[in-house]
Design a protein around this ligand. Structure first.
Ligand SMILES: [Zn+2]
Length: 135
């Protein structure tokens, strides 16, 4: 079980990475607590606290805790910045995690599981140089 020092150092990294990508930032707090295990984390509208669920967190292998927290905190931080759309947040998370950790990482696999299959298909199609588009 990580102390709050780990989540906060990861939050700082997330804030830096998002600022670099989008030019946006916000202040955020982190609170670790147990709740419904099917939810990894959440934010409340109008608040700047990112709640991280300790129940699934405790099941994460120590070697992967940092990448796990990066994915969860990045996701909630994007909501905090005002992106309400769940699918959009999941797509941006996957893109950023791929750039940062690479496609064989734990963070990639976690983000991929959380991403919308339509976006995964689109992103894969860009890689092969035959991009699909929506209509
Ligand atoms: Zn979300």
């Amino acid at each position: 079980m990580p102390t709050l020092e780990t989540p906060y150092s990861i939050l700082n990294e997330v804030v830096r990475d998002v600022l670099k990508r989008s030019g946006k930032s916000a202040t955020a707090e982190i609170e670790l607590m147990p709740f419904n295990p099917s939810v990894l984390g959440f934010v409340r509208a109008g608040q700047n606290t990112i709640y991280v669920n300790t129940v699934p967190l405790m099941g994460v292998d120590q070697a992967h805790v940092s990448e796990y927290l990066y994915v969860v905190i990045l996701h909630e931080y994007l909501h905090l910045l005002g992106i309400a759309d769940e699918r959009e947040v999941r797509r941006i998370t996957l893109e950023m995690v791929d750039e940062k950790f690479g496609q064989s990482s734990f963070a990639h696999n976690l983000s991929l599981k959380l991403a919308d299959p339509r976006d995964v298909m689109l992103m894969d199609s860009w890689k092969t140089g035959k991009p699909h588009t929506y209509m």
